[in-house]
Design a protein around this ligand. Structure first.
Ligand code: ADP
Length: 503
């Protein structure tokens, strides 16, 4: 049964943030206020609002100008109607020869003149034509009308004046009609122009606004994305400090956040190292009883041999004396070896010290540390390994901590006469260590938690051994798996990248 392995903390030192105060090159040219996300948002909102105001103002201006043009068309329409009234009274005068009709026509002439003066206020084109109509054509029409109103005109004169009035009337109608047509065409062209430019400005404002928002969003998101990616790496166990790159330096908040995260990472790393140390002390405590026994035996032998030498020195043969001194040396070598293993294990090397490690020798050294634990627990151990070294790149101290932890756990799980099988071998590009015991095994519900920090089923357990072992193996780019059946035993398999001799 394979356990679902959680992600415990990894072991890597924090690197102090570098260059956190310097700015990214494009931001160097910006006001400090814009380097914050709040500043960038404010700038975006201001620019978009400015574009909106420009679009609205241009649309309002176009509407306002259109209103003017509509007023011009309306004025021409009214002018036209009044001219038609002049012509209607003129016609009535010719039909009924009633002076009142001519007087009414002159009334309308005055009104048309007043309208022309008003129209000139809003119309800036065709002013000369309007002046011509106002002064010349209407003036002539009025003069002829007034002469017709005079009494005592001969029939011939009257006829000629009537013809002249009709002609001037026609001229006025034509002038007004021409001017009206021209004004309408011009207004239509201008309105179409205003519509086009209003739509163009709107499209430009919307397009520019959208591009600006997208660019600003990218600019705002860049440092956040960089921090999110760094957080994902932390979740994968990479506890290195987040580098302060240009993207992060683009935002004040990004720099502050990364500085805080880096401080947090440093604190986490320190705590982790403390945990490793405390777990190691616990392991040393566990092996101490066995070690004491291991040292006691050679010391006893040395002291016994020394006593015999002291008492019987004159009576002993020279060869016996030599044998006894040699025995003392062998025994003291044994004791020194045990002390050496313990010292090696308790030595605190820098967690990132990496060297070529022979797993065959490392397992042997670990066995030497716990050998007496096996003897005291009545456990038989079998160790299979190739004759040549199985090399990996790693920190020997940390890897030994993993092995000692697995061996001590196995001893604790087994009854007297238990069997422990240890195997080290190389397969393709992988180095493997298999630790198999026939102990109590692990219940399925516990199996999914054994790599969790602080998970323990023992009264005096810390629950840190396997979580730290997991972190150490992962930190060596390796893997650790467990298979266990309650009552039958447990197997731990460690896989590490093999270091080839020529590498
Ligand atoms: P601790 O040994 O302090 O309890 P570990 O993290 O080393 O902490 O182990 C967690 C738990 O995993 C142990 O409490 C035990 O229940 C279980 N365990 C580990 N190794 C074995 C094993 N070889 N046989 C049975 N159970 C084991």
């Amino acid at each position: 049964m394979n356990a679902g392995i959680p992600t415990p903390p990894a072991l890597q030192p924090a690197v102090s943030p570098e260059g956190s105060s310097s700015e990214c090159p494009p931001c160097r040219f910006l006001f400090p206020a814009i380097r914050s996300i709040r500043g960038k948002l404010l700038v975006t909102i201001c620019i978009v609002a400015g574009l909106g105001i420009i679009a609205t103002a241009s649309a309002t201006y176009a509407l306002w100008r259109m209103e003017d043009k509509i007023r011009i068309i309306e004025s021409f329409y009214e002018l036209n109607q009044k001219v038609l009234e002049i012509r209607r009274y003129e016609k009535n005068y010719f039909l009924f020869n009633d002076r009142k009709d001519l007087l009414s026509a002159l009334d309308y002439v005055d009104q048309v003149r007043a309208d022309i003066v008003a129209l000139k206020e809003i119309l800036f084109e065709n002013r000369s034509e309007l002046d011509f109509l106002h002064d010349k054509e209407l003036g002539q029409y009025e003069a002829v009308s007034r002469r017709l109103l005079q009494a005592g005109l001969s029939a011939k004169n009257k006829q000629s004046l009537e013809n002249s009035l009709r002609k001037h009337g026609q001229d006025i109608t034509k002038s007004i009609f021409d001017m009206d047509t021209k004004a309408r065409v011009r207004v239509e062209t201008e309105v179409a122009g205003y519509q086009k430019s209003a739509v163009l400005i709107l499209v430009l404002a919307v397009g520019l606004g959208a591009v600006l928002i997208l660019y600003m969003m990218r600019w705002i998101m860049r440092p956040l994305t960089a921090i999110r990616e760094a957080s994902a790496r932390i979740m994968q166990g990479e506890m290195n400090s987040i580098p302060m790159d240009d993207e992060i330096r683009c935002s004040v908040e990004g720099v502050e956040l990364v500085n805080s995260l880096n401080l947090m990472l440093q604190a986490l790393n320190t705590k982790q190292n403390q945990l490793v140390q405390s777990e190691k002390l616990a392991a040393i405590g566990k092996v101490t009883a066995g070690i004491a026994h291991e040292i006691n035996n050679p010391l006893n032998n040395i002291s016994l041999t020394a006593e015999v030498l002291l008492e019987d020195l004159p009576n002993l043969e020279c060869s016996d004396r030599l044998d006894m001194v040699r025995d003392i040396l062998v025994q003291s070598d044994r004791a020194r070896e045990v002390v050496h293993h313990l010292l090696e294990f308790s030595r605190t090397r820098k967690s990132n010290t990496v060297e070529s490690v022979d797993l065959v020798a490392l397992v042997e050294a670990s066995l030497a540390l716990v050998k007496n634990q096996f003897r005291l627990g009545g456990i038989v151990c079998r160790y299979d390994h190739p004759d040549q070294p199985v090399l990996v790149n790693g920190n020997p101290n940390q890897l030994q901590q993993v092995l000692v932890n697995l061996l001590l756990n196995a001893v604790q799980a087994m009854q007297p006469n238990g069997r422990l099988n240890l195997t080290v071998f190389a397969q393709e590009n992988e180095a493997r260590i298999v630790v198999r015991d026939n102990g109590a095994g692990i219940a399925p519900e516990a199996l999914t938690h054994i790599f969790d920090p602080f998970f323990t089923t023992k009264n005096e357990g810390t629950g840190l051994g396997l979580s730290l072992s997991y972190a150490i193996v992962k930190d060596h780019n390796g893997d650790i798996e467990v298979e266990s059946e309650k009552g039958s035993g447990t197997t731990f398999r460690i896989t590490l990248p093999l270091l080839h001799r020529d590498a």
